[in-house]
Design a protein around this ligand. Structure first.
Ligand SMILES: [Fe+2]
Length: 197
């Protein structure tokens, strides 16, 4: 899981290959988030642990999976439900791999939350129909897509980066399919005009 210390966003420290082998090497936020001083002291101050990034992704993947399961149980369109269950499975594959990476670093795996947030949102919007369910899931996918984009703006070791890129591609596929489905359903929720009297 070690992240590199050179390139787009690097790990703290000057280790180069050593940092790549260091399981504790941590990626850093973008240059714009720093004061311009690239001293080791400043790097230490703003360093983000690689395990914290992976834990955040794992939590989000789990939340997304639970939301898809909830949505599949609420929507009327059987084809839509089947596809949502497939997407839930994708997110669980991500979760399992991310948890394995965490456990390899001696970190706790991410477990199911007591109160899922994204699934809770689906429960709120579900009664409004399939189109609103799809829009809710599109919002979730914006979160997961942007989160993988953000994580990949750090420099990772080759294996971790390859894994994150695969998962990012899944996220791009999910959001593209949902956007098409939204259009097929009429896309009305894209134009929240006030109801006419
Ligand atoms: Fe997704």
């Amino acid at each position: 899981m070690a992240a590199r210390d050179e390139g787009k966003r690097g790990a703290r420290g000057e280790g180069g290959e050593d940092a790549r082998r260091d399981a504790g090497a941590d990626p850093r936020p973008p240059d714009g988030a720093r004061d311009g001083d690239d001293s080791p002291e400043d790097r230490e101050e703003v360093a983000i642990a690689a395990v914290d990034l992976v834990t955040a992704l794992a939590r989000l993947d789990l939340e997304a999976a639970l939301a898809y399961d909830a949505a599949a149980g609420l929507c009327d369109d059987g084809e839509l439900a089947d596809r949502l269950r497939e997407f839930a499975k994708d997110h669980r594959v991500h979760l399992e791999a991310l948890n394995e990476a965490l456990e390899a670093e001696g970190e706790p795996a991410v477990a199911a939350p007591e109160t899922p947030v994204l699934a809770g949102l689906v429960q709120v919007t579900g009664p409004l129909g399939d189109e609103v369910i799809v829009v809710t899931l599109l919002g979730n996918e914006q979160l997961t897509n942007l989160s993988y984009d953000a994580a990949l703006s750090y420099e990772w070791d080759q294996d971790t980066e390859a894994m994150l890129r695969r998962f990012q591609q899944d996220e791009e596929r999910h959001i593209a399919w949902l956007a098409q489905k939204h259009d097929a359903l009429g896309g009305h929720a894209e134009h929240p005009d006030a109801p006419s009297s």
